[in-house]
Design a protein around this ligand. Structure first.
Ligand code: FMN
Length: 233
């Protein structure tokens, strides 16, 4: 039986990988991670999501198309530029501060100066090169289940990432990969009712220093809501 300590070690050792070796990952390994992903709970057991796996020539073609879309963009894209989903940009406070800390941490680990927009653009391109990973996943959710579709997808994705960690594989979930849905959707037979949410790079981590950088873990007290005054009376 899996001990709590084993689970905690696995969960806490998972970190986003942002530089991969080109060592291929067998399709059977990816399929088994996705199958294990389905042990996650789901709203009415509907599994309101679909997945595209890209490897080889298709991976290279999509990557090239996404990089050229990025280069054609007048403005740097951000995680909110998917036309199917909108959210506030910049993020509302204090979320914007947390997000800025991650950005600063990543650019710092890559040695990119704050004002070096060319190098920052280069990092965005690396997102569309799947950080060198030989396999990428694209995730779609059914529009009809709104928040539950996205929630179920997140649970599925976390299972995949933990399974990958246990197999010695690195992953990076990427909102960036949802920024150009037309490019991605043209590569798959995907029902119109399904919207592209994001993607994930998956493969063996390289020894690049970016993979040693660790995003902060917030103390749980920052996320606990206090009891309302009325609940105390
Ligand atoms: C929905 C989602 C979208 C993300 N998008 C990106 C992305 O486009 N590029 C990237 O480098 N990291 C992306 N990340 C990774 C987060 O930056 C990372 O999970 C966070 O900083 C915590 O670090 P950790 O994953 O190493 O624990 C994303 C994570 C999630 C859950």
């Amino acid at each position: 039986m899996l001990s709590y300590e084993n689970w905690q070690e696995l969960a806490s050792s998972r970190r986003s990988t942002r530089d991969f070796l080109d060592t291929p990952v067998e399709i059977e390994v990816i399929r088994s991670l996705l199958t294990d992903g389905l042990t996650a709970p789901s709203w009415s057991n509907t599994r309101p999501f679909m997945v595209g796996i890209v490897q080889g020539e298709q991976r290279d073609r999509i990557s090239q198309k996404l990089v050229s879309k990025l280069r054609d963009s007048a403005e740097l894209p951000n995680l909110g530029s998917n036309p199917d989903f909108t959210h506030e940009i910049p993020y509302p406070k204090p979320l914007s501060e947390r997000s800025q800390r991650v950005g600063l941490g990543i650019y710092g680990a890559l040695g990119i100066e704050r004002g070096d927009s060319k190098a920052r653009f280069g990092f965005m391109e690396r997102n569309y090169e799947f950080f060198g990973a030989p396999t990428a996943l694209f995730f779609f959710t059914h529009r009809g289940l709104d928040q539950f579709g996205t929630l179920d997808l997140g649970l599925f994705m976390e299972n995949i990432m933990l399974g990958a960690e246990a197999k010695g594989l690195g992953t990076c979930p990427q909102g960036f990969l949802g920024n150009y849905p037309d490019v991605v959707k043209s590569e798959f037979e995907v029902d119109e009712n399904y919207a592209l949410v994001c993607g994930m790079s998956i493969g063996y981590a390289s020894d690049h220093p970016i993979n040693n950088w660790k995003a902060e873990r917030l103390p749980i007290d920052d996320l606990l809501v206090s009891p309302s005054q009325s609940s105390k009376s």
